[in-house]
Ligand binder design. Sequence first.
Ligand SMILES: NCc1[nH]cc(CCC(=O)O)c1CC(=O)O
Length: 326
Amino acid sequence: MSTNASRPLKLGTRGSTLAMAQSGQVAERVRRLTGRPVELVGITTYGDVSREHLSRIGGTGVFVSALRDALLAGEVDFAVHSLKDLPTAQPPQLALAAVPVREDPRDALIARDGLTFEQLPDGARVGTGSPRRMAQLNAWARALGRRIETVPIRGNIERRLGFVRSGELDAVVLATAGLRRADMADAITELIDPSAVLPAPGQGALAIECVASNEDLTTQLAELDDPRTRAAVTAERSLLSALEAGCSAPVGALADVRDEGQDVTELHLRGVVGTTDGTTLVQLSTTGSVPASAAESLARAQALGRELADEMLAKGAAGLMGERAH
Ligand SMILES: NCc1[nH]cc(CCC(=O)O)c1CC(=O)O
C-alpha cells in the first residue's frame, strides 16, 4: 500500500516540444496534488512519424492511439492530450478525468514583417494543412476582395515557423495555445478574431485521461477539471460529432460560458463548416442557459451542440464536408 502510494506516477506524452511543455506543466500540478513524483514517458505516435498529409492518414486519433495503448497496457498511469486531437467517441475503459482551464482558443497568424491578415498582399502564400483553416482564411480573403494561396504544411512548431523565417511563405497559421505553452508566442503577428476564423473544437484545452477502473487516480485528477471549460468543449465536440466529422474535417466551433448573474450561466456556441476554397460557408450560432449542476450542464451543453449541428445540416453542411479523412 505505502510503496504503491509513493511510486512515481507515469505520465504518457508525445515527445514534441509542445507536448513535453504542456505535459510538464500538468506533471507539476499532479505532483503537488498527489504528493507523488511524476515521471514523463515519451511515446511516439503515428502522427509524429508519418510525414503524410493528415487528411490522408486519417486525422482522427493519429496523435492519440499510441498513448491510449500505453494506458490500457498499464505502461503509464495517465496521459495528457491536446483535446482537439482526441476523437469524439470516448472508449469506455478510459476516463476523461480532467479538462483543465483552457488556454486562448484562437488561431494565430505568424506573418513576415509583422503583417496582419488584412495587410497581406494579393496572392500571399499562407501555410496551413488544415481544411478548417483553409476554408475560413480563403473566405476571409474573398471578403476583403483578395485571394491567398494556402500551402499545406506539416511538422512541429519550429518547422512551421521556419517557413516564414526563411521567406518561403508569407505567413503560417497555428494555434495560439500551442505557441504560448511552447513559449514561442513572440512570433505571433495577429491573434485571429473568432468571428473571422473559428478554432477547432476543443482547441486550447487539454485532456487528462486515465484507466476508468483506477478510481483513486480518476478522483484525484478530477481536481484539475475546470467545469466551464468542460461545458464549452462538450458543446463544441457534440457539434463535431453530430456533424459526423472528424478532427481533419473543415469544422470550426467555439463555445463560451457567460455569467449572467444570479446563478444563471449562458453557453454561447458558434459553428462553421465550409468548402476549403472558401466559396461557401455555413456559419451559425446559438445560446442556451445552462443549469448550475455539473451533470445537468454537460447534458445541456451536449444538446446545444446537437441542436446547432441539426440547424447546420438543414442549411447544407453535409454537402460541404466532402474532403473527409480516409
Ligand atoms: N493539430 C495539431 C495540434 N494539436 C493541438 C495543437 C495546438 C494546441 C492546442 O490547440 O491545444 C496543434 C497545433 C496547431 O494546431 O497549431
